[in-house]
Design a protein around this ligand. Structure first.
Ligand code: SF4
Ligand code: SF4
Length: 471
């Protein structure tokens, strides 16, 4: 009986240690929302994060206004299937590049996360950057730090509370309108957005409704839903459990150095159990419990703990960027062969997609042999096939295109105007014959190449088949 008591005690301790896994910090035992009042972070990393966020804001809010040759630098017009990346227009025909770019992007995220953890979430994800660097700051400015916010929440609805809460929500909504409009500018372009704002409401009722819906969604997210986006909704966050392993570098608590935690006892570890790391956490977790899905790697707990370590005269870095294996083996953070390998793959992927973007032809299209027709006899020595061509001009200038058979021995006869006109960023089409001498036809179905020329410069080429009588 005496021997079973320590076992039972250890089991109970183990159960208590893992209890945090049975619930999320933002929901209480009754299943209701546990509002997170995160203490205002400060420290070296928060300063760097603020600078990164400032750069993010400059890029995010200015990109829709930057134009190259009269085109926006970026446009993601899903409604009209028109996409512009770095000033280059993409049509549905280019979707294989878009698909590849998306695949490369997903692979990039997977590899990056396996090597460097969820760094993206805390530092450059728009949700976190807007929440922590704009909305949360407004809240600190109006309502004060976490303790003051809690007090205000419990206080009766007097004039001061009404003024504070109302002004906060008015500012939140105004900011949401600005963010929503900027996102809309990425989708429909600044010009179209300007028209929605300045023209009479009746002319753009749909656009105005979209603007209001977007603004309302952003306001609801930042005013009420907040960290739930990262902890409950975000699919990337959900993927962490399969992407991370013991070598992934994450924000981690050095349990070997910190445990057993306690308040300044010689026999204890370095963690003085001050709870500052928990108080600053915007997702409400205790990082000392180990890597958790809710951790967005914002590093606020690193700053908070470093501050405490400095105060009590212990070395900094009790919470730091480290891998589980790194902490267990007490080895400092280093650029491991795995990180190097993943970085090389990431670089190759980025180079491949960039090459595809740069080497994309300015004019593309499709050539189809007229359905239901075989071939036509041209006198005694030639055979012709009838084709239809559809062209897409991806440049900002109109083009006049000439077709030329690249395979020797034959010719192209365009019906009507010998040049096919395609307006800027537009589409054009034409009908033409390919005439081949019988002596060049050796098979029933041969592959031929048709060059697209603007003047003497080849701007594209297409392959198609030529149908002959056979041998
Ligand atoms: S801030 Fe540091 S010392 Fe304080 S509880 Fe967290 S880990 Fe322990
Ligand atoms: S545990 Fe630390 S890094 Fe993770 S979300 Fe909380 S404060 Fe940010």
């Amino acid at each position: 009986m005496a021997a079973t008591l320590p076992i039972l005690k250890r089991k109970k301790e183990k159960k208590m240690e893992n209890e945090f896994r049975d619930s999320i910090a933002t929901v209480n035992k009754q299943g209701k929302r546990n509002w997170i009042y995160a203490k205002r972070p400060k420290g070296e990393l928060y300063t760097i994060r603020s600078i990164v966020s400032l750069l993010f804001f400059i890029v995010f809010f200015s990109l829709p206004f930057i134009q190259i040759n009269g085109r926006p630098l970026f446009l993601f017009n899903i409604l009209e299937e028109r996409f512009i990346l770095f000033g280059a227009i993409f049509w549905p025909q280019d979707f294989f590049i878009f698909g590849l770019a998306m695949l490369a992007f997903i692979l990039f995220i997977v590899l990056f996360t396996m090597a460097f953890g969820r760094l993206f979430c805390g530092w450059v994800c728009p949700q976190t950057v807007f929440m922590e660097m704009l909305f949360r700051r407004i809240e600190y400015w109006i309502e004060g730090d976490a303790a003051a916010q809690k007090m205000l929440q419990r206080a009766p609805w007097d004039t001061s509370k009404i003024i504070k809460k109302t002004s906060k929500h008015i500012l939140f909504f105004a900011l949401s309108v600005v963010i929503a409009n900027t996102f809309l500018a990425y989708i429909i372009g600044v010009k179209a957005l300007g028209e929605i704002i300045t023209d009479p409401l009746s002319e753009h009722a749909g656009g105005f409704a979209a603007m209001l819906i977007f603004s309302g969604v952003f306001y609801a997210v930042y005013a009420f839903f907040r960290e739930q986006v990262c902890t409950v909704v975000c699919p990337y966050g959900r993927l962490q459990s399969v992407l991370l392993d013991k070598d992934s570098v994450v924000v981690a608590y050095d349990h070997i150095r910190g445990e057993p935690r306690g308040k300044f006892s010689k026999n204890e570890g370095d963690c003085i159990d001050c709870m500052q790391c928990v108080n600053v956490c915007p997702t409400g977790i205790d990082i000392r419990n180990g890597t958790q899905l809710e951790c967005i790697n914002c590093t606020a707990c690193i700053d908070a703990c470093n501050h405490i370590m400095e105060k009590v005269g212990y070395p900094k870095g009790l919470i730091r960027f480290a891998s589980e294996n790194g902490i267990a083996t007490k080895k400092p953070l280093r650029f491991t062969p795995r990180m190097k390998a993943y970085s090389v793959v990431l670089l190759l992927l980025t180079t491949a997609v960039t090459f595809m973007l740069i080497s994309r032809k300015p004019v593309s299209g499709t050539i189809i042999r007229t359905a239901g027709m075989l071939y036509q006899e041209r006198g005694t020595d030639s055979i012709s096939n009838l084709y239809r061509i559809k062209l897409v001009n991806k440049t900002t200038a109109a083009v006049q295109l000439r077709l030329k058979l690249e395979d020797a021995g034959g010719s192209v006869e365009v019906i009507g105007n010998p040049h096919i006109q395609v307006k800027a960023e537009g589409q054009g089409e034409g009908t033409f014959f390919i005439v081949l001498p019988r002596k060049h036809i050796h098979k029933r179905k041969s592959s031929i190449t048709i060059g697209l020329y603007e003047g003497n410069k080849q701007v594209g080429s297409k392959q198609t088949t030529f149908l002959g009588p056979g041998l």
